[in-house]
Design a protein around this ligand. Structure first.
Ligand SMILES: [Zn+2]
Ligand SMILES: [Zn+2]
Length: 439
């Protein structure tokens, strides 16, 4: 497997003298397998130069584009990707389902005449669109496993397994919890990760020969960027080390970070990896960086991968019950979920919630922890003990982000644990991921 970076910048293209070393183009990575299959991870502005490079090769061009999500910095290179303009080329464009519109509609939206002179229907290449859920897929002899990330949009991380090797691409992603490790264990393995989401994230990297991870911020910047959907380098290094990964490329560099700043991040990330006592090769990816991955025979994901995508699409109009004593939180959550097509009912306390669950049996419950008459953990305990609600997805919604509360929630059977304040797209994406896993 051969990897080449064509865009390493996050958020917006950042050309200029300050970004010559690490590059100013937004996310785009080319992966070529030994049998010649071509995968393109994201179509940020770096895709323009990749397209030109592909055109110099022998036609026709066939490639699978794997979009993490459809935020601008991951799709803006698509209209400028030259192979789309040549008849006979075959492109399969994949991305997460559930952005409100179909993948084709989203990509054609940025090519309407208001924004671009050529509409998507006018592209002569053969283009197939495929919306993916979490799960395992086969493309061109490679196994591609998708898993949801934590970002204020439906976003997929990808694991490409081919040639007895594995590559994992994780952009854009924010830690699920600020409490990362069990304080009592002292160890830094996957079992010591507090939040189930972060543990699932680390396990997804297990045995990978190379992990490409979002590291937009420093640990100092991260608190002021909460809910923006990105990681700091300590999180990326910590998760990769817990998963036993030996090679890590940090990417999605912040537009405000010039070359000197990114170089400093590289030094600090390497020092942090060394402080963990773990032999991990860490680098900040730059445009033009090429990495050859030799087969090592242990590339397949060890834990059982999720079911295929067809079984994991979320049908519209799920019934969701929001339980919170704070009317503002109920209103915000309701807005987020109604926008996403769900039917939402509300309860201000535990007794009211249990009565509603009796009469309505919702598809998912959003549950506050601290409520005056009966706290959320008690309700969770009751629900898990009843056969009809034992498996109901329950998303805990709480201001308590400490290790003890987070662990208590998961021990009692919470499906997910979301901390307040949350944003509307973030909550919608978390709920959608929980529903998809439950389908
Ligand atoms: Zn991005
Ligand atoms: Zn994004």
């Amino acid at each position: 497997m051969h990897v080449r970076f064509w865009g390493t910048r996050g958020s917006i293209a950042t050309p200029g003298p300050g970004t010559l070393r690490f590059g100013g183009n937004t996310s785009c990575v080319e992966v070529t397998t030994n049998s010649g299959a071509c995968f393109i991870l994201d179509c940020g502005t770096g895709a323009r130069q990749l397209g030109a490079a592909l055109m110099a090769r022998k036609p026709p061009i066939a490639a699978t584009i794997l979009l993490s999500h459809t935020h601008w910095d991951h799709i803006q290179g698509f209209p400028f990707f030259a192979p789309l303009f040549i008849p006979g080329n075959r492109l399969t464009v994949c991305g997460p389902e559930g952005s409100g519109k179909s993948l084709r509609e989203v990509l054609s939206g940025q090519m309407e005449f208001t924004y671009f002179p050529v509409e998507i229907d006018q592209l002569p290449a053969s283009i197939t669109f495929k919306e993916l859920g979490e799960g395992t897929h086969e493309f061109d002899g490679a196994r591609v496993i998708a898993q949801y990330l934590h970002h204020p949009a439906m976003t997929l991380g990808y694991r490409i397994e081919a040639d007895d090797a594995a590559l994992v691409y994780l952009c854009d992603h924010e830690p699920f919890s600020e409490s990362l490790w069990h304080g009592d264990s002292g160890s830094r393995d996957c079992e010591s990760i507090v939040h189930e989401g972060d543990r699932r994230h680390a396990l997804f990297m297990t045995g990978a020969d190379l992990v490409i991870h979002d590291a937009q911020y420093t640990p100092e910047e991260a608190p002021s960027k909460k809910n923006w959907g990105h990681s700091n380098y300590e999180y990326a290094v910590g998760m990769a080390a817990a998963a036993g990964v030996h090679r890590l490329a940090l990417t999605h560099h912040d537009p405000f970070h010039d070359d000197a700043f990114v170089a400093e991040i590289e030094i600090r990330a390497r020092a942090f990896a060394a402080s963990l006592g773990y032999p991990i090769e860490v680098r900040c990816a730059f445009e033009g960086l090429e990495i050859a991955i030799a087969p090592h025979g242990a590339g397949r994901l060890a834990h059982s991968p999720p079911a295929p995508t067809a079984d994991r699409a979320v049908g519209p109009g799920k019934r969701i019950l929001v339980v919170d004593d704070d009317a503002d939180v109920r209103a915000l959550a309701t807005k987020a979920l109604r926008q996403d097509g769900h039917t939402v009912s509300q309860a201000a306390g535990g007794r009211e919630a249990l009565a509603l669950i009796e009469s309505q049996v919702p598809d998912l419950l959003l549950l506050d922890l601290l409520m005056p008459e009966q706290d959320g953990l008690e309700i969770l305990k009751i629900l898990r003990a009843r056969p009809d609600t034992a498996l109901m997805p329950v998303v805990v919604l709480t201001a308590m982000d400490d290790e003890a509360s987070t662990r208590a929630g998961f021990v009692l059977g919470a499906t997910d644990y979301v901390t307040k304040p949350f944003s509307i797209p973030q909550l919608a994406a978390r709920v959608r991921a929980c529903l998809a896993r439950n389908e």
